[in-house]
Design a protein around this ligand. Structure first.
Ligand code: G3P
Length: 223
């Protein structure tokens, strides 16, 4: 499973990149709105840090507007994947962009039928929002599993990009469900590494090692 980070914050992206396991970045208008600077500059800077796909979302809701933005976003950098919401006009834009060779990440997916339509329109990625479904007492993970089955049934190449993740447990369950990508918030990414038994175990190993070497050094002095 590929790991994308779900942020437009340069420090967070750099930190994740330094972990050596980062495959890409996803942004959205809400994440962008937290940053200083121009949209194009932020996207370009992210592409300079990470060697992988960087999702940059359109904000138009009509076909023409989406197409204009999609072409402009794709022109920022070759790593850019244009994010388009799964609405009626969006679906048309996904098909037109895919025909033009612009890679699309279809966003705001909350149903398997939406994912099926996105794949038929040629999307490179589908982003089911797992956490937001859980927020309204639906089962986000079930959606990931269902999309996986549908895509495998018909050999769709569209990658399942599990989005709106909130916990390490969800990341693990996405991997079990066969998601191609998980886009992970920075705090959750850090938590994936942590385990109290690792810390306790390491402390014990180092204490034992130090006690052993001190004993040997002490013995050497006596001799
Ligand atoms: O980038 C899309 C998605 O990951 C948003 O997550 O936490 O705002 O539901 P969230």
């Amino acid at each position: 499973m590929k790991f994308f980070i779900d942020t437009a914050d340069m420090d967070e992206i750099r930190e994740a990149q330094e972990m050596g396991i980062l495959d890409g970045v996803t942004t959205n208008p809400s994440l962008m709105s937290k940053e200083e600077g121009e949209f194009e500059d932020i996207v370009r800077e992210i592409c300079g840090i990470v060697d992988g796909p960087v999702s940059a979302e359109v904000v138009s809701t009509d076909f023409e507007g989406m197409m204009k933005e999609a072409r402009a976003n794709a022109a920022i950098h070759e790593q850019v994947v244009v994010k388009i919401p799964i609405i009626r006009e969006g679906l048309k834009a996904v098909k037109a962009c895919s025909d033009e060779g612009i890679k699309i990440n279809v966003t705001l997916c909350f149903s398997a039928n939406q994912a099926l339509l996105a794949a038929k329109a040629g999307a490179a990625y589908i982003s089911p929002f797992l956490g937001r479904l859980d927020d309204i007492a639906h089962d986000g993970m079930e959606l990931i599993k269902t999309i996986r089955i549908i895509y495998d049934n018909y050999g769709f190449k569209t990658e399942v990009l599990a989005a709106s993740l909130r916990s390490p447990k969800q990341v693990m369950e996405c991997a079990v469900a066969g998601a191609d990508v998980a886009t992970i918030p920075p705090d959750v990414l850090k938590k994936l590494l942590d385990h109290p038994l690792t810390d306790i175990g390491l402390e014990r190993f180092l204490n034992d090692w130090n006690a052993w070497t001190s004993k040997k050094n002490g013995a050497a002095v006596v001799v």
